[in-house]
Structures are given as C-alpha cells and as structure tokens.
Design a protein around this ligand. Sequence first.
Ligand SMILES: Nc1ncnc2c1ncn2[C@@H]1O[C@H](COP(=O)(O)OP(=O)(O)O)[C@@H](O)[C@H]1O
Ligand SMILES: [Mg+2]
Length: 162
Amino acid sequence: MPELLLEDPDATSRLARRIAPHLRAGDVLELHGGLGAGKSHFARAVIAARLAPLGRHEDIPSPTYTLVQTYDLGGIELWHADLYRLGDPDEIAELGLSEAFETAIVLVEWASRLGPEAPSRALSLSLDFAPGDAEGRLLRIEPRGGGWDWLAGVLGGAKGAA
Ligand SMILES: Nc1ncnc2c1ncn2[C@@H]1O[C@H](COP(=O)(O)OP(=O)(O)O)[C@@H](O)[C@H]1O
Ligand SMILES: [Mg+2]
C-alpha cells in the first residue's frame, strides 16, 4: 500500500471518519507511531464518528493510565487501548483484550506491545512525522488477513474527501 500524506489534523480526522462506518465486530486497528504522531487523534475521530449517530457527543478520555476505555455502541462494543504503559504481556488477556479482538471493534495505540498476542487479522496504521512539515503525517496502511475490501474505496476517495 502506498503512503498517504495527511497534511494537517483535519485530514487525519477526515480519513478516520471515512474508515469508522466500515468497522465491524472483530475488526482490530493497530495504531503505530511515536509520541505525538497522531494515534490518539485518529482514534478519537473514529470513536466520535461512531458515537455521533447515536446522539452522543461526549468527551473521549485517553486510556493512557487505564490502558483500555470501552464504549457501548448499542449491540457492539468499541475498545480503545493504549499499551504504552503495559507492564507484562499477560496483562493483554487480563484486560480482556484477547477476547475483545474477536467480539468488538478494537483500536490499539502502541500495538507493537501486543507482540505474539497480536491478532492474525488487523488493519495496521503507521503514522510518521512528515519531514519539514510540523502538521504533516505520513500514513502507511497494511491490511493483515481478509475482510478489508472496503479499504480501496475509502483510500480512493480520501484525497477529495471534505
Ligand atoms: N496531520 C496530523 N494528524 C494528526 N495529528 C496531528 C497532525 N498534525 C499535527 N497533529 C497534532 O499532533 C498531536 C498528536 O497527538 P496524539 O494524537 O496524542 O499523538 P499520539 O497518540 O500518537 O501520541 C496533536 O496535538 C495533533 O493536533
Ligand atoms: Mg496516544
């Protein structure tokens, strides 16, 4: 997959909003990238896009200390995880994440900390700072496993998305 330039925070939000409606139970989005790369920004935009149609416009707290934050979308759960402070890999199962990978929509910041617990099927999103551009981010998208057919349409329209 080619790299995509997200020229500012709004561009990142727009892409997140285009991806959000496609996500189903069992879909895992791995968010990779260093501190400040935009992982939380992207995750918050996905969560807000799924809450808004339910009439919910609430604060979306960071799971930095709790490691996971869950949202009931009515019949389906969305989990937002931030594994930066993960101590032991055993915590992944203890947190309920292994099960959530099968049953929920899961957004995982610092997903490399999953190690061997990473699900076989996931959409891997890697954010990097674009050289010489404070607001630019390069995004590399790598689908793993099947069921991501909608992605081509989302990316094809991403450029002109308002
Ligand atoms: N193109 C961009 N996409 C996402 N965030 C951006 C972009 N340009 C600047 N930013 C800013 O970078 C910061 C990213 O912070 P955050 O999402 O918390 O990063 P992370 O979770 O990866 O540590 C935010 O302050 C955001 O406004
Ligand atoms: Mg973050």
